[in-house]
Design a protein around this ligand. Structure first.
Ligand code: EPU
Length: 431
C-alpha cells in the first residue's frame, strides 16, 4: 500500500511551478475527437486522470502519443467506434465529455456512466437535457450506459440550464460545435476552463462566442482543422499551494499562473492578513507579515470561491484562532473528509452545508486518508502544520489531479515522501 508520510511543523519557502489545468485537460483531450485532423496539446498535466482519458481515446481508435512530459499528439481521424463502455471509462468522471464529443462528431454515442470523486449524488440530467434539445434521443442502457443518438446531425437550439453546471456547459458546447445552425446556452457556467475549451475549439475553426459569460452562442461549422494548443494553468493546484503557504505561515512564489483566475482565493487570503503580490504570471503569498485572522467562505460557481479549493482552505482555517464558517453551496456532500481532521484534533462541526471551525485547536499526528482528490490535498496541508509524522493513505486520489506533488512540496522545504508499506516494512518510492 502506498502512502504519503509528512513530517510537518515547518513553514514553506521557495517557488513552485503550476501545471496545466486538470479540468481543462480532461475536456480538451476528448474534444479532439471533433477535429478532422491531428492536434498537438501542450501544457498537459502529468496526472493519472490524463493518462486515463488518453487510454480511453486509444481504445476508441485514436492515435495518442506523448511527445514530451507535457505535450500530447492526438490523431482522431481513425476513431472506429462510438461505444465507450469499458472499465476505464467508468473510472473517471470526465468521461462524460465523450458523450458530447462523439455526438457532435458522429451523431451518436454510447458511454458508460461516469465514476470519479464521490461527494453525494452527481446527476447529469442537464447534460442529457441539452443533448435532447439538440435533437438526440437519450436512454439509459442496463442501468450503466448512456446512449445518445441523433437522426443525422445535432440541430442548433436554445437551452436554459436549470443549474449552473460546468460539465453540462462544456458537453453542450461540444455537441453543438458541428450542429446545423446556432445553439444558445443560457445560465452557462463561467469557469476559466470553459473559456479554455471554447478557445481551443475556436482555434480549430469553431464559432463560439460568449464563453466566460452566462450566455454562450455556438454556431455549427462543418470542418475543424488541426492545431497546436496550450492549456491554461491549473487554478486549483495554484490555490492549493497558496493555502499550504498560508497554513504553515510561510512565503512562496507560485509560478505559471493567471492571477485573475485566482481572485476569489487571493481576496480571502488578503482578508485574513496574508500579503499577496501579483505579477504577470506569478503570485507571491507571504504569511509571515502579521498574525492571520479567521474568515468565512462560501463556495459558488465562478467567479465565486471555488468548491475545489474548499477542503484546502478549511485546512488553513484550522490553523487560525477564532470561529470560521465554511458554506459549501455547490455540492450536497463535500464534507466527508472532516472526520479525518477531527481525528487530528481539529474542532469542526458540520451542520448541513456549513462547517463550523474553531480554529487554533492543537493538532496531533494521526493516520488519515484522502477521501477524494481535493480532500487529499487538504490532508497534506493539515499534516504540514503538525509537529510529528502523519501518514496519508488512499493517495491514488491525490495523484489523479496533482502532478509531482511530492517533488513540488519538497522544493518548498516540506519533509514529505511517498512510501510503500508491506506489513512492517517501509520503502521510500522515488518519482
Ligand atoms: N448538477 C446537476 N445536474 C447536472 C449537472 C450538475 O444537478 O446535470 C449539479 C451538481 O450536482 C452540483 C452542481 O450542479 O451540485 C455543479 O456541478 P457541475 O456540473 O458544475 O460539476 P461537474 O462538471 O460534474 C466539475 C469539476 C469538479 C468541480 C465542479 C464544480 C471536472 C471533471 N470536474 O464537475 O471538479 O467540483 O465542476 O466546479 O471538471 C475536482 O477537480 O476536484 C472536481 C470535483
Amino acid at each position: 500500500m502506498e502512502k504519503f508520510v509528512v513530517n510537518g511543523g515547518k513553514p514553506l519557502f521557495g517557488e513552485v511551478n503550476i501545471s496545466g489545468a486538470k479540468n481543462a485537460a480532461v475536456a480538451i483531450i476528448p474534444a479532439v475527437i471533433l477535429c478532422d485532423e491531428p492536434c498537438q496539446i501542450e501544457n498537459i498535466p502529468n496526472i493519472s486522470d490524463v493518462s486515463l482519458i488518453s487510454r480511453i481515446l486509444q481504445q476508441l481508435g485514436a492515435n495518442v502519443r506523448r511527445i514530451n512530459k507535457s505535450s500530447l499528439y492526438i490523431d482522431p481521424t481513425h476513431i472506429r467506434t462510438c461505444n465507450a463502455t469499458t472499465e476505464l471509462v467508468r473510472g473517471m468522471r470526465a468521461s462524460y465529455y465523450l458523450l458530447g464529443a462523439l455526438l457532435g462528431k458522429y451523431g451518436n454515442a454510447k458511454v458508460a456512466l461516469p465514476g470519479g470523486c464521490n461527494f453525494g449524488v452527481r446527476p447529469i440530467d442537464q447534460h442529457l437535457k441539452g443533448f435532447e434539445a439538440l435533437g438526440a434521443e437519450t436512454r439509459l442502457v442496463d442501468g450503466a450506459i448512456i446512449e445518445a443518438k441523433c437522426n443525422g446531425k445535432p440541430v442548433g437550439t436554445h437551452i436554459y440550464l436549470d443549474v449552473v453546471s460546468v460539465g453540462a456547459t462544456m458537453n453542450i458546447m461540444l455537441a453543438a460545435c458541428k450542429a446545423e445552425g446556432q445553439t444558445i446556452i443560457e445560465n452557462a457556467a463561467k469557469e476559466p476552463h470553459i473559456v479554455d475549451l471554447a478557445n481551443f475549439l475556436n482555434s480549430m475553426g469553431a464559432d463560439i462566442r460568449g464563453a466566460g459569460t452566462d450566455v454562450i452562442k455556438v454556431r455549427g461549422v462543418d470542418y475543424l482543422h488541426g492545431v497546436t494548443y496550450s492549456i491554461i494553468p491549473d487554478q486549483i493546484e495554484a490555490g492549493t499551494y497558496m493555502c499550504a503557504a498560508a497554513a504553515t505561515r510561510g512565503c512562496i512564489t507560485v509560478n505559471n499562473v493567471t492571477p485573475k483566475h485566482l481572485d476569489s482565493i487571493t481576496v480571502k487570503l488578503r482578508e485574513m492578513g496574508v500579503k499577496i503580490t501579483e505579477y504577470d504570471e506569478s503570485i507571491q503569498v507571504d504569511a509571515t507579515v502579521k498574525p492571520l485572522k479567521r474568515c468565512n467562505i462560501k463556495t459558488m460557481p465562478h467567479p465565486g470561491f471555488p468548491t475545489d479549493c474548499q477542503p484546502q482552505f478549511t485546512a488553513l482555517l484550522m490553523s487560525v484562532p477564532g470561529t470560521s464558517i465554511v458554506n459549501e453551496s455547490v455540492w450536497d456532500n463535500r464534507y466527508q473528509y472532516i472526520s479525518q481532521f477531527v481525528n487530528m484534533g481539529a474542532q469542526i462541526s458540520v451542520e448541513g452545508r456549513l462547517a463550523i471551525i474553531e480554529g487554533g485547536a492543537p493538532l496531533t499526528a494521526a493516520p488519515v486518508k484522502a477521501t477524494d482528490l481535493r480532500a487529499g490535498a487538504a490532508m497534506i496541508i493539515a499534516a504540514l502544520q503538525i509537529n510529528g509524522t502523519t501518514e496519508i493513505s488512499n493517495i491514488q486520489f491525490i495523484e489523479r489531479g496533482y502532478e509531482n506533488v511530492i517533488d513540488k512540496f519538497k522544493a518548498l522545504g516540506a519533509d514529505i515522501k511517498k512510501v510503500y508499506f508491506t506489513g512492517d516494512n517501509e520503502a521510500e518510492l522515488r518519482a
